[in-house]
Design a protein around this ligand. Structure first.
Ligand SMILES: Cc1cc2nc3c(=O)[nH]c(=O)nc-3n(C[C@H](O)[C@H](O)[C@H](O)COP(=O)(O)OP(=O)(O)OC[C@H]3O[C@@H](n4cnc5c(N)ncnc54)[C@H](O)[C@@H]3O)c2cc1C
Length: 730
């Protein structure tokens, strides 16, 4: 540092980006000042009383939550030493590489950032939720979601995400990896209102603790208002929020890292360019690329339940969905969340008709705040909002987010589905019900990178084009929605940027000292993404299910079987020339087995085959001996009678899998009149919406009718009633 400056570097904001910058700069030997507008919050100090004056809002006594109304969207931020980590839900997630489109430059993609994610995971101490130490079981909400998804045969779509939380003994304080005392999580579900128990691995207990230990100077209660070039570096000019009449404070340094969060950083730069004129050469792209990360919040309330939905950390599960919406697929994820009772009490106090609402809840709905939980969906919005300044110099958002409509429509379908499956009531925030405006807790973008000022505001290390030494390292540099909770990406990107910055400042081989202790962290969400994208390919075009019952009726040997057919995706089914349908069910074969599981494939109107339908099934007798059933249905002419007879009579041969062909039985199974009606009524579409299910049924019916007629004209009698069916048994 030269005498002309107060420090080697100034970091503005102590959230995710700022904390990384402060820690690494201090470890690299720079003198650092971290300027934060909010206060420090220690365990036990977070607001709990149902009064706004208790420190809930930044605008009411410089409290914890800063809620910004940006015109087209609300945006929620944490304020204080530790930024968003003070109020966040601890989820440490990586976006799927598939979710990153061409707007994501190579330096922000998984291949480049994965080692930095691992480094950040190590620093934050992440792990998925386990059992509640007081009950020995997972939280009720976690179990509820996991059971639901299991019942929907999608278990792999749900994972327990990594959380930056200390788990273990909730009663004993122990130093974490950064020598800060932490206790094990008490499963009280209050992460998002600040953890009074001391179990969250917030930034003040991780990166910022490292920064301060290495000499960084923390200045809280200082809100930076503008940046101006000074003596080859920059001056940072701040007001004192607790005392508006206090004189402005000024610090200067050759390097300044802006990390005030997407909205505040963009606003600060816009003001410096357009109001104060101190940074006039900032790119004209400043403010572009704003994203709300596709956030959509719904509140669910279980009816008639004894279960407490408020235990556990705030978020415990993450479900990845990849569903068709209109003509394109929409991908998003859904997370359960607590609605902390103290927050409920606060809403009760500030909203009108408190007594009437309490009566209604108790007497009519029979619910308590413990039956409420949040359902937070997030995904890829268009990320092409633009932050500008309004007349008073405050950030406001302009956005014609058409793609967003698509995403929200899809996300909105999850609510009714959950309501039906869980027997829950749903509530949307009033901003949505009345104004069709969403609230984001994951504001991103505004300061995207580019080769030069004509394409972006900063370069790939976050250095502002035209202003050497001025850097941006927070959510504003992410070019689009991550579609997952973004703090891990902000940390990883900041780790990479600060490493580059330190190396550019004359320490070419510099690495963070913790690298030696870092090992690859498990990424639970990757498995869910992979499962869902596979399932998406399989279920394209939506599916069909039906059940049929066939039997020899009164003839001997008596054979009967009930089979359920499930086509997962019609697109695949129709393009495969064999038109295969997986079948499962039970079979009874006189003298062989009485009620046994059977499975295999039905080839429905296979292209170029004489048979209209070929069955290849397999079952085991009670001694474990495998048996094969092969059968065909054949249509001999187009007359209605011939069609009906051909399609309802199955000529089968049943043989033991290990015997000579002579040991088999041949017979004809038929679908009786009543069973035919039952078959028709069992036919159902499988899809995300009623319209899609109906469309699937119509598509299948059209295929069935045209194929049946075609087979009726082209068929000649089969050579034998045991025409080979598909030769794969499943
Ligand atoms: C309720 C809630 C739950 C969330 N849960 C998750 C989650 O589970 N996982 C996840 O990944 N993300 C979550 N997030 C989002 C996450 O908190 C943000 O993405 C993240 O905090 C953004 O990091 P940042 O570095 O960009 O800025 P921030 O963390 O917002 O830090 C900015 C800091 O700068 C300070 N500041 C602002 N303006 C000035 C100024 N002019 N002068 C000085 N200081 C200033 C602020 O007070 C703040 O401390 C959640 C957010 C909320 C609100």
């Amino acid at each position: 540092m030269t005498d002309a400056f107060d420090a080697d570097a100034i970091v503005v904001g102590s959230g995710f980006g700022g904390a990384v910058a402060a820690a690494r700069l201090a470890q690299a030997g720079f003198s650092v000042i971290v300027v934060e507008r909010g206060r420090r919050w220690a365990p036990g100090e977070f607001p709990r009383r149902p009064r706004l004056e208790d420190g809930w809002l930044w605008d009411v006594g410089r409290g914890l939550y800063d809620i910004r109304w940006l015109g087209r969207m609300g945006s929620v931020h944490g304020a204080g030493w530790g930024g968003g980590s003070l109020v966040y839900a601890n989820v440490f997630a990586r976006p799927s590489e598939e979710a990153l489109d061409e707007r994501w430059p190579a330096h922000l993609r998984r291949a480049e950032l994965d080692p930095y994610y691992d480094l950040a995971a190590h620093m934050m101490g992440v792990a998925p939720v386990g059992d509640d130490p007081r009950t020995g079981r997972p939280p009720a909400r976690t179990a509820l979601v996991e059971r639901l998804i299991h019942d929907m045969a999608m278990s792999e779509a749900t994972v327990r995400p990594n959380l930056a939380v200390t788990f273990g003994d909730p009663d004993t304080w122990r130093p974490n990896a950064h020598e800060v005392p932490r206790r094990g999580c008490a499963f009280v579900g209050e992460c998002v209102i600040g953890c009074n128990h001391g179990a969250k691995n917030t930034l003040d207990t991780t990166y910022l603790a490292v920064a301060e230990r290495c000499g960084a100077r923390a200045v809280t209660d200082a809100e930076v208002r503008r940046i101006e070039p000074r003596r080859g570096g920059y001056a940072v000019i701040a007001a004192t929020p607790s005392d508006p009449r206090a004189a402005e404070r000024v610090w200067s340094a050759p390097r300044v890292v802006l990390a005030a969060g997407s909205v505040a950083t963009t606003e600060l730069l816009l003001r410096s360019r357009d109001v104060h004129g101190t940074l006039p050469s900032l790119s004209r792209h400043l403010g572009e690329g704003f994203s709300g990360n596709g956030d959509f919040l719904t509140l669910a309330e279980l009816r008639d339940s004894q279960q407490d939905m408020t235990t556990g950390p705030t978020i415990t599960t993450n479900t990845v969905l990849d569903v068709p919406e209109g003509r394109r697929p929409v991908w998003f994820q859904v997370q359960d969340g607590t609605f902390p009772p103290p927050l409920h009490a606060l809403f009760d106090t500030v909203l009108p008709a408190r007594a009437a609402r309490a009566w209604w809840r108790r007497k009519v709905r029979h619910t308590t705040p413990r039956h409420l939980f949040t359902v937070l969906a997030m995904g890829r919005d268009s990320a092409n909002g633009t932050l500008r300044l309004d007349r008073s110099g405050k950030a406001t958002l302009s956005w014609r987010n058409r793609w967003q409509g698509h995403l929200y429509r899809s996300q909105l379908r999850v609510g009714p589905l959950l309501a039906r499956l869980l027997d829950a009531r749903l509530y949307h925030p009033v901003t949505w019900s009345l104004l069709r405006r969403t609230i984001t807790v994951h504001a991103l973008g505004g300061v995207r990178s580019g080769r030069d000022a004509t394409t972006g505001v900063v370069d790939e290390a976050g250095e502002v084009h035209g202003y050497p030494g001025l850097f941006v390292m927070d959510g504003s540099v992410l070019p689009a929605a991550t579609g997952v909770n973004p703090s891990a990406t902000i940390l990883a990107a900041a780790e990479r940027s600060i490493e580059t910055m330190i190396r550019r400042s004359g320490r070419p081989g510099w690495r963070a000292p913790e690298w030696h202790a870092v090992s690859p962290t498990e990424v639970p969400e990757d498995a869910a993404f992979a499962f869902m994208s596979q399932r998406h390919a399989l279920t394209k075009g939506d599916g069909i299910v039906f059940t049929e019952h066939l039997s020899t009726e009164h003839r001997r040997p008596r054979v009967a079987m009930t089979l359920t057919a499930e086509i997962p995706g019609l697109d695949r089914f129709l393009t495969d020339p064999a038109h295969p349908i997986p079948m499962r069910g039970v079979i009874e074969v006189e003298g062989v087995t009485s009620h046994t599981e059977v499975g295999g494939t039905l080839s429905l109107f296979p292209d170029g085959d004489q048979a209209a339908m070929s069955y290849a099934l397999r079952f085991d007798d009670p001694d474990g001996r495998p048996w094969h059933l092969r059968g065909t249905k054949t249509v001999r002419s187009r007359t209605p009678m011939a069609l009906l007879t051909g399609l309802t009579h199955l000529h089968v041969e049943i043989r033991p899998g290990d015997a000579a062909s002579g040991d088999g039985e041949s017979c004809v199974l038929a679908i009786g009149f009543r069973d035919l009606l039952r078959l028709g009524s069992s036919l159902a579409g499988v899809g995300f919406t009623r319209a899609r299910r109906l469309r699937a049924v119509l598509r299948f019916a059209t295929f069935f009718a045209t194929s049946a007629l075609r087979h009726g004209t082209s068929s000649s009698p089969p050579q034998s009633h045991t025409t080979a069916g598909p030769d794969t048994f499943r």
